[in-house]
Ligand binder design. Structure first.
Ligand code: IPT
Length: 261
């Protein structure tokens, strides 16, 4: 038997870690994983990927692509013979989902910085089209307001280190008094740290999100929110065997290193 994985671009660290986990887990149980990589949420391309699963007699697919609720719900409706488990949809979508608790992770980051005395924040979100990017931005803002803060400027990157570098230069031109930059993933945070070093603004605190294996070797080592992608992959494979339309949640963990002070 085999399972399908429909994934966002594997050039990004998080989706490649998830794919690696899905791929190594089922091998132990003698399953084959058929991977389709999509660059964006195009309904025709999603349908084609599921048609390919059907042709290979695959009864369950893990969908790690940012999808709006309506699109995920329609995909599940249009393919009742293939059990789809979604990893990147809004939490209230009426489909089977396995998601990290973004509220917990985002609150932990903002509370940590607030506790260190930071009051002027830059929020560097992921692409506006990404569900997880929007959820994280809303949760940071919410956590800031709970602490009684309001000062934050917002920018959007594309998850890459290059976008982190450019947006940092722009944000600091707009708001030179920023004391902390909260970033939606570790890859962008790498570019943020590089820009701050070049601008000689190393006193600015930076946080990431994901805790991919490289992050502890960034200069300085990155404070971030760990999402356990190995556990996500294992849990996803196990849940594919349960065709119920459940919402499953995984915890996140704040990892404090040297990039925050
Ligand atoms: C999410 C990552 O946090 C982010 O860094 C980026 O790689 C994105 O995936 C790509 O889609 S994790 C996802 C399970 C929401």
């Amino acid at each position: 038997p085999a399972i399908g994985l429909i994934s966002a671009s594997l050039t990004l660290h998080a989706p490649s870690q998830i794919a690696a986990s899905v791929k190594t887990h089922p091998q132990a149980r003698g399953l084959d994983v058929s991977i389709a990589m999509l660059n964006q949420a195009d309904y025709g391309a999603l349908q084609a990927a599921l048609a390919e699963c059907r042709a290979q007699n695959i009864g369950g697919a893990i969908v790690n692509l940012p999808l709006e609720s309506a699109m995920a719900e329609q995909l599940a409706r249009d393919n009742p013979d293939i059990h789809c488990l979604f990893l990147d949809v809004p939490p209230d979508s009426d489909v089977a989902s396995l998601l990290f608790d973004h509220q917990q992770g985002c609150r932990a980051i903002v509370d940590h910085l607030w506790g260190l005395g930071h009051r002027e924040f830059g929020f560097l979100a992921g692409p506006e089209s990404a569900i997880s990017a929007r959820l994280r931005l809303h949760a940071w803002r919410d956590a800031l307001h709970r602490n009684g803060g309001h000062q934050a400027i917002t920018a959007f990157g594309d998850w890459s280190a290059g976008s982190g570098f450019i947006r940092t230069v722009e944000m600091l031109a707009q708001q030179p008094t920023l004391s902390a930059i909260v970033v939606a993933n570790d890859q962008m945070a790498l570019g943020v740290l590089s820009a701050l070093a070049q601008l000689d603004r190393r006193e600015i605190s930076v946080t990431g999100y994901d805790d991919t294996p490289d992050s502890q070797y960034f200069q300085p080592a990155l404070t971030t929110v760990a999402q356990d992608f190995r556990l996500l992959g294992e849990r996803a494979v196990a849940l594919l065997a349960e065709p119920a339309r459940h919402h499953h949640r995984l915890p996140t963990r704040l990892i404090v290193r040297q990039s925050t002070a």
